[in-house]
Design a protein. Sequence first.
Length: 173
Amino acid sequence: MHHHGQKPLPWRHWLKWVVVADLDQQFLLSQTARRGPWNDCANLPAVVGAASEQTRIGLVLADAEFDSERNHTYIRQQLGAQSVIPAKRGKKTWRVRGVRAEMRRAFPRQLYRRRALIESVFSSVKRKLSARAPGRSLPMQMRQALLLGLSFNLYRLRHRNLFLRMSTEPDGF
């Protein structure tokens, strides 16, 4: 990548924080931090599996980044949960089969809309805890991100009564 014909810009890396959250209770169940850019598709079973050791997982909503037949199979067969992950776009010659084909054919949009609630969790982390990882080195930023997740859960426990929110959705969601 060049900037106006000058010498190439240095390759940029950043902190990537992947979390599994209980969207109803707004608690982080599992988290991992690493250097980006990175495709976390292969890491989904480990992160979701760690969360399932703490509580029963009934539904997994994830970005298209995590779309793979292997992830759908793990969630549905190993965890006994429903998986809603949009199928990534690909070449027209790609043959999409199994659950991924089902996601393309009849994507449950109404159910997937709840995935936006994770953005509320991230916003809350930033608002309540000034979510910055000011460490200069990536390992320090990774530790700070993981501690931020822990601090968020402690904050939620300490201020439980403040977060009794009213739901505009019908029961059962």
